[in-house]
Design a protein around this ligand. Structure first.
Ligand code: ZN
Length: 683
């Protein structure tokens, strides 16, 4: 018999969204529900009263942090977390697994559990299924999570399978340790981005007497498309009569997408974390209160919101608090963001009951990703600050948001113009290629060099993002666990990097010895010898045939308009031939039809990449047919372009590459090649 007595109250027509409720010793919870994160038995900057006023019902607390400080004895003496923090609603505790496996620091893991040193006082600890359950019992939470082994969602099949099997054995030990105690317990479905494993894990855990099931191991490295796909895939295999919890997710749009796919419970630090940076969600898009356009703005933060912040203060005052870095600014913005999240959950629940969820979902899909449309950002080309330095054909431009980029003066083209350069580099290239997971050796004989091509070094944003990813993996795993990496950068004009390196105060990613050594010597080697970064100065087309074939290509030259030569079908065909037989993947910021058709005609398999800020779509291309799920390292879901794209291409003005002869024959032959591409399923 379930300890939560979950009732499925309503199922939305045309969607898998559902409304339900369950009961704990501290009251009833209605789903879908968002749980604010109270890491240290407090939600940062909030009082219990302010939390309740925003609509919070269940809190999440972190076993790992509370185990180290204040420790179980304090909870036992003070009568559990409810009395300790004066919160009388339900509390869910995680197991500590996520922190153990994701925070930097030393740990030794085996079948028994994970041994690590406390960051508080250096004491040695063992986090095992039994010690985690004992700590959660001392905390006195209403819902316990089992200890699981968390790995990057980009992990290869073998690593993911081993972690899943261990998680299953630990799940059984956790249930035994809980025994017939009163606390509810959730199992956690693992399996990274491998369909077979996710299915196996869901089936296995469903047979055990859990009170709810969670989906773990997402929001740690996969693309949004993958996150949505795997969420929906897993909920298909979960029983309808248990609550479902998607751990650590996410933004409002992530939550909407997951509710649509049948998830009931969520937690995330985003509402508080974004507030700390001065950002809020609102009914007219995401607002950055750091922007000067709010300095004299007397309006409420969000006229459609009835939270304390919106009822009481002007945007001008909130802008001032944020600029002055006052604690109250963080508190007030977080209060609003929490109210926004809880209102979103209530609206979804109401729409499910009203039978209108599908329409709500379709409307909100675009609403929830809107930027600030009352005060659109001024395009950067007009914000040139004449006092900033220049070199040759390049100068430094600063965005309204405060970050700097390099601009080519003659073309007006700005490198990484829409996002903070390092953010875009991380998201578009490093995360999307699953680099962190692929740098981990899969066995003793796995010592092949991992080669990355960085085409268009520019100010080294992408190269440094890859290098820093390598250094993170190295710090977390130790040199013996990391594959050697070769970073091959191509650049015809070094002025952008010279200019940025000289003014590194504007470019945080360049506060590192490597780019300076690269400029001086054309090469840099990591002190461990495991990473070599080499510079090929000159025309990419002349240079690349003499370099090692890559597994991953960051393709970031200037746009087709500025540098058409690098986007021609012939160039992509030569690159693909050079990579063979490696299953190389190419990532690029462009989603232009002309670029995609050039890649297709060169034989690449082409799909949608992640969106980055205002860029709605980017492009991923694979030199060989993407492997089936679970085959080999880095096998990821790739959303290949399909019939819909093909239909758009047939109507497009940019149907043929500019370099193609304009004869009927040439065009017919080109069209046949695209139409007959195996990715469209017709040979
Ligand atoms: Zn508000």
């Amino acid at each position: 018999m379930s300890r939560l007595n979950f009732k499925l109250e309503q199922q939305a027509p045309g969607s898998r969204a559902r409304a339900g409720s369950f009961t704990t010793a501290h009251g009833e919870v209605r789903t879908p529900v968002f749980m604010p994160v109270g890491t240290q038995a407090t939600v940062k900057g909030q009082t219990v009263e302010s939390l309740k006023a925003t609509g919070a019902r269940v809190l999440l607390a972190n076993t790992y942090h509370l185990m180290l400080r204040p420790g179980p004895a304090v909870f036992e003496k003070l009568g559990g977390i409810h009395r300790f923090m004066n919160w009388d609603g339900p509390v869910l505790t995680d197991s500590g697994g996520f922190q153990i496996f994701s925070l930097p620091g030393e740990r030794a893991m085996n079948e028994e559990g994970a041994r690590f040193k406390s960051y508080v006082d250096g004491t040695n600890y063992l986090l095992s299924p039994e010690t985690s359950v004992a700590m959660q019992r001392a905390i006195g939470s209403d819902i316990n999570m089992v200890l699981d082994q968390c790995i990057p969602s980009t992990a290869g099949f073998a690593e993911a399978e081993a972690a899943m099997r261990l998680t299953h054995r630990w799940a059984e030990r956790s249930l035994r340790a809980r025994g017939d105690g009163p606390q509810a317990m959730f199992g956690i479905v693992q399996g990274a981005c491998h369909h077979d494993l996710r299915k196996t894990s869901a089936a296995y855990l469903t047979k055990l007497p859990f009170d709810g099931l969670a989906i773990g191991g997402l929001a740690v490295g996969e693309t949004h498309a993958e996150r949505y796909e795997f969420t929906g895939f897993v909920t298909d295999f979960l029983p309808a009569n248990l609550p479902r919890y998607l751990m650590g997710v996410g933004t409002p749009i992530d939550i909407l997408e997951a509710v649509h796919r049948g998830v009931d419970m969520f937690d995330c630090i985003i509402p508080s974390q974004l507030a700390q940076r001065g950002t809020v969600f609102s009914s007219h898009g995401k607002l950055r209160l750091t922007r000067a356009c709010y300095k004299f703005d007397e309006a409420a933060l969000d006229a459609a919101c009835d939270c304390h912040t919106c009822k009481t203060f002007s945007r001008a005052y909130l802008h001032h608090l944020v600029k002055a870095d006052e604690l109250l600014g963080w508190h007030l913005l977080a209060t609003h963001n929490m109210a926004y999240y809880h209102r979103l959950m209530r609206e979804m629940r109401a729409a499910i009951f009203a039978g209108t969820f599908l329409a709500y979902y379709e409307r909100q899909r675009t609403e929830l990703v809107r930027a600030d449309d009352e005060n659109p950002s001024v395009p950067q080309k007009r914000t040139r600050a004449p006092t900033l330095p220049r070199l040759g054909d390049y100068d430094i431009v600063k965005a309204a948001e405060g970050f700097a980029s390099i601009r080519q003066i003659s073309s007006g083209e700005v490198m990484h113009s829409v996002n903070r350069p390092s953010d875009e580099a991380d998201r578009l290239y490093v995360e999307q290629s699953g680099l962190a997971g692929r740098l981990v050796r899969q066995g003793d004989d796995d010592d092949g060099e991992f080669v990355i091509w960085d085409v268009g070094l520019g100010a080294a944003s992408n190269a440094m993002a890859a290098l820093q990813c390598f250094e993170r993996v190295l710090a977390e795993r130790g040199a013996a666990a990391v594959r050697p990496m070769r970073l091959v950068s191509f650049e015809i004009d070094l002025d952008p990097l010279r200019l940025a390196a000289k003014h590194a105060q504007f470019f945080p990613h360049l506060r590192h010895g490597a780019p300076h050594a690269l400029l001086a010597n054309g090469r840099w080697t990591h002190p461990t010898g495991r990473l070599v970064w080499e510079l090929h100065h000159g025309d990419f087309l002349e240079k690349f045939p003499a370099t090692a074939a890559p597994e991953v290509i960051f393709y970031d030259p200037f746009s087709m308009k500025t540098d058409g030569a690098l986007w021609r079908p012939e160039v992509f065909a030569r690159m693909r031939a050079h990579c063979a037989p490696k299953p190389a993947e190419l990532f690029t910021y462009s989603s232009a039809t002309a670029v995609r058709v050039a890649l297709l005609s060169a034989g690449f398999y082409v799909g949608d990449g992640v969106s980055t800020g205002p860029r709605a779509a980017t492009t991923v291309a694979a030199a060989l047919r993407p492997q089936g799920q679970g085959e080999g390292r880095g096998a990821r879901v790739m959303k290949l372009l399909g019939e819909e794209w093909l239909a758009r291409w047939r109507r497009s003005d940019a149907k043929f590459p500019a370099s193609l002869a304009t004869t009927e024959e040439a065009r017919a032959e080109f069209s046949a090649r695209i139409e007959g591409h195996p990715q469209f399923g017709r040979r």
